[in-house]
Design a protein around this ligand. Sequence first.
Ligand SMILES: NC(=O)C1=CN([C@@H]2O[C@H](COP(=O)(O)OP(=O)(O)OC[C@H]3O[C@@H](n4cnc5c(N)ncnc54)[C@H](OP(=O)(O)O)[C@@H]3O)[C@@H](O)[C@H]2O)C=CC1
Ligand SMILES: O=C(O)[C@@H]1CCC=N1
Length: 266
Amino acid sequence: MISNVKIAIIGCGNLGTSIANGLLALDNFDPKNLSLTKRNTESLSEFEAKGVHVHSDNVIAAKYADLILLGVKPYNVSTILKEIKPVLDPKKQIIISLATGITLEEMFTVIDPATVTFRAMPNIAADIQESITCICQKQASPTQIEVVKELFDAIGITITIDESLMEAATVLGACGIAYVLRFMRAMIQGGIQIGFDAVTASKIVNQTVKGAAELMIQKNIHPEAAIDKVTTPKGCTIVGLNEMEHQGFSSAMVRGVIASYEKIEK
Ligand SMILES: NC(=O)C1=CN([C@@H]2O[C@H](COP(=O)(O)OP(=O)(O)OC[C@H]3O[C@@H](n4cnc5c(N)ncnc54)[C@H](OP(=O)(O)O)[C@@H]3O)[C@@H](O)[C@H]2O)C=CC1
Ligand SMILES: O=C(O)[C@@H]1CCC=N1
């Protein structure tokens, strides 16, 4: 049970906070099993008030955790690993790096390669237990994989992938939520121009996007199959969609995905 596992999030910023919120919303999750660190802990005071261990001592947080999540920026991963290395127990603990673009091999140049180490790529919907998290590892046992899957299943859905796809997973799942939100903002702007106030436009767009996503999830169909049901011949939907395509909608999305990917690969 993930509720009995001691979890540390070292570098609890935007993503770490989302994960912490998702975990704390679980039934039976004891806040005392969670440790959060960052240098300036002011932004974590709400967690402290809930009984979570909040401090700046990465070594202490790592020492007493079963699962050590690294939520720092990619360029800080190596420094943090060097810092916590003296207290790591390769036989008992699992390290999970959330950092973009830092490979397992790079981490093993700092820590003992026998240390059970995962990379995980969640997104900020972890906050409401709706993340999609892609995970990969090289030498974990089935039980260890199960524990890590259980952690991310608790805050959404987990997919195990090959490490070579972690950058693609970052773009589609982690950056992807921002793409969708930008799409939603644009739709709200359009809604305001055709007569709705911002609040009403947001309400309509939020539920429309939720409905579209649920439809895809529950019916397991390709988006275009559902689009065909909306586009009345000679109707207003196809006119709008075609105008969007003339303006480069799909192309902009594909090019944005590739630009994000190329940024990580550099
Ligand atoms: N944001 C997202 O949606 C996603 C991010 N990621 C990855 O997750 C990681 C974190 O991203 P994000 O949460 O956006 O970044 P943030 O900058 O919000 O969080 C990183 C945190 O690390 C803390 N930090 C920096 N140095 C140290 C240190 N020496 N010891 C302890 N804490 C430290 C910072 O706080 P302070 O300065 O107070 O120490 C900061 O709050 C990145 O590697 C990113 O690639 C992956 C998927 C999605
Ligand atoms: O923008 C970034 O670099 C990070 C990784 C994925 C989401 N945020």
